[in-house]
Design a protein around this ligand. Structure first.
Ligand code: ATP
Ligand code: MG
Length: 298
């Protein structure tokens, strides 16, 4: 997969204006002699107070993209719908509560459970439907327990938390326990309303986590062939210019197919990796990622 994606990338580079693609391209061109590092472990929550906007899809695809660059990534499924768990090839019906974040959220465990290995450098703490019962029981003193458990974890550069589509319950928990919130947005009014919901709650959440910010918006499911999407993108750029806007990620049926096949979308359609890499690349720059060289190459 990695080879295909990067070969596609190199082939396409001559034709496409993708200046921000340099980091992954160079990593691969140097045949693993370069490594991306982050200054410290970063915890990112994918949140929007709107359903179906691409939170789970972007969690999964970005996790694979960061993994390709050599980052050690932990995905946390913080949604009782458990889509992320199912799309990564586990059957969430068979997941026990002990395998989820549930015990940590309720203060019954200090450490997160042993994660499921998805591939080398990419792990998952899965979810299951019963997590919605935990959601109802979480009290204010428990609000930062997830963060404390993440801080006890060794061996990860990045923790990506896929949240449920709410600003209460697990959506709030995911946000409060993160360094930053990333907001996936389809080109719809619904997504703007969802973002506004987050903005309204941010001050409340900052009482628990004063550093918490909205780090970026990612425009997803963008159909360049429709007037609606093009107009909405312009509206986003005008209205939301105080936020870092990333994407757009094109609309493609391959994203659904990738879920059924439990693969990153790039394995089915390599050039769909390009916009995802561009988003990953922008985030890495923002997080102060360093490219370090092995063997003295410069
Ligand atoms: N770029 C895309 N092109 C086409 N379909 C997409 C794209 N991104 C996501 N989808 C599809 O849109 C649907 C919703 O995506 P997803 O489940 O990731 O959103 P979500 O915000 O996590 O939803 P929920 O709020 O229910 O958790 C899924 O069927 C997914 O396959
Ligand atoms: Mg989801």
């Amino acid at each position: 997969l990695h080879r295909t994606v990067i070969e596609m990338d190199v082939l396409e580079r001559g034709k496409m204006d993708l200046p921000s693609m340099q980091l992954p391209v160079w990593c691969r061109l140097l045949e693993q002699q370069a490594r991306v590092t982050l200054p410290q472990k970063r915890v990112v929550a994918m949140v929007n107070h709107a359903g179906g906007v691409g939170k789970t899809t972007m969690s999964k695809e970005l996790a694979y993209a960061f993994n390709i660059l050599g980052l050690r990534v932990l995905l946390i499924d913080a949604d009782a719908q458990a889509n992320l768990t199912d799309w990564l090839g586990m059957d969430s019906v068979n997941v026990t509560m002990a395998q989820t974040i549930g015990p940590v959220l309720l203060g019954q465990a200090l450490r997160l459970p042993k994660p499921i290995v998805i591939c080398d450098g990419l792990d998952l703490i899965p979810s299951t439907l019963d997590l919605c019962e935990v959601e109802d029981e979480i009290q204010v003193p428990d609000f930062l327990r997830l963060r404390q458990a993440i801080e006890r974890l060794d061996g990860y550069d990045l923790v990506l938390v896929d949240a449920s589509p709410t600003v209460v319950g697990l959506g709030r928990i995911a946000a409060i326990n993160a360094d930053e919130i990333i907001v996936p947005m389809t080109p719809t009014d619904k997504s703007i309303a969802g973002l506004r919901g987050i903005e309204r709650r941010l001050a409340d959440w900052q009482e628990f986590n004063p550093e918490l910010q909205i780090g970026a918006l990612i425009v997803t499911r963008f159909d360049a062939g429709t007037n609606n999407d093009t107009a909405m993108l312009k509206i986003f750029r005008d209205m939301l210019s105080d936020h870092l806007m990333l994407g757009p990620i094109p609309k493609a049926t391959m994203f659904d197919a990738a879920q059924l096949e439990s693969t990153p979308v790039a394995i089915l359609k390599p050039n769909l990796a390009l916009p995802i890499y561009a988003v990953a690349d922008s985030l890495l720059k923002r997080w102060g990622a360093q490219l370090t060289w092995a063997g003295g190459l410069q």
